[in-house]
Write a protein that binds this ligand. Sequence first.
Ligand SMILES: *Cc1c(COP(=O)(O)O)cnc(C)c1O
Length: 438
Amino acid sequence: MESHPRQVVAASVREAVNAVRSLIQSGEDIPISEISIDALYHVIEEYVHHALRPSLRKAVNATGIILHTGLGRAPLARVAVEAAEAAAGACMLEIDPESGKRGSRFAHIEPLLCELTGAEAAMAVNNNAAAALLAINTLASGKEVIISRGQLIEIGGSFRIPDVIHRSGCRLVEVGTTNKTHIDDYRGAITDDTALILRVHPSNFRIVGFAEETPLEELVALGREIGIPVMDDLGSGALIDLSPWGLMGEPMVQDSVRAGCDVVTFSGDKLLGGPQAGILIGKQEVIEKCKTNPLARALRLDKLILAALEATLRLYRDPEEAARQIPVLRHITTGRAELEDRAKRLAEAIVSEGENVRAEVAEGVSQTGGGSLPGQDLPTFLVALRSKSLSADDLSKRFRTHDVPILGRISEGLFLLDVRTTDEDDLRYIISCVRGLD
Ligand SMILES: *Cc1c(COP(=O)(O)O)cnc(C)c1O
């Protein structure tokens, strides 16, 4: 009562007493030691501890899923965290230091985004779903949006392109087929009411075989010919080419700008590896219209996010530095030898620490996750845990219910820790938790 809020202690006492009461009422034979004041005291302490620890807690991602939506997608680079901390108090969010007058919050990211992508103008909102909504609403409200049938996709969490188009106040005009759409399909659908040609990158699935998308360049040429803007929703937003690490087919932001799109949208917290945000880049005139749309205010970015986004983007000026400092890129680019070394060290430490667990190194695959690069596995090393007294589900639950939960995955009856998505601190913490397993 001296060190914790009275309300919390009182509620915990009631809860503990209720638990004991139900135990007694269940009629089971309960040893007196389990309902003693001492036993009760420990139960109460635990309830208090649970009630007082933060709900949104730090976790260890040992799932091998690099962009794990449940674990908050992209982990931030250290400099991004520091930038958010610096912006937490009073900060120069919307004041121009030269003139002392009111400035734009986009001034912190717009020049950087233009420099990195070659675009004329840029802004950012809460997430890419918001960016897509804002762009479509700005360019085509009350009019028709043409899109290929193969791109009418669902991203997850109820974000479906047809719904977004309707909610943007537009009529959807679908052309072509699921697997093939040609430029003449688009041309044939143009009416006096057409306001936008939309391309969406099918980021979370792949069609293989007899399939063909209309190249962006052809869409842009058609748009220019008839005076209609072309938008590209890229989803992941890769600023560097990931093919040297075996990840193919992710379109790069710079290519969409070079193709001449009027507006390109992508997420801040997928392959870009920054905070949750939706970035819009493109032609000056179009971005200007998006900025002044009243929806932009409703979708506005917070200063902490803006600071973290700016710091993340700054890293991209030196792609090698970006790959070292941005966790998503670091996790993608970690080499085989490093992963094997990490897994061996972890397995050995677990074997020497844990009395009741056995650990073996196994080869497996990690995934990019977050609806990026579907079906493209990254070879990795895993530590497979086995216990005489605990099933894989029990082990998984034990690790998951720590104050700092450790998330792994279960496969073929084994609890697996993938070292690709961990760092040295994580490994030390995992080892310290193994000590408590019995
Ligand atoms: C992920 C994705 C979105 C949604 O982005 P969020 O940042 O999750 O809101 C929209 N479009 C595409 C193509 C995507 O891949």
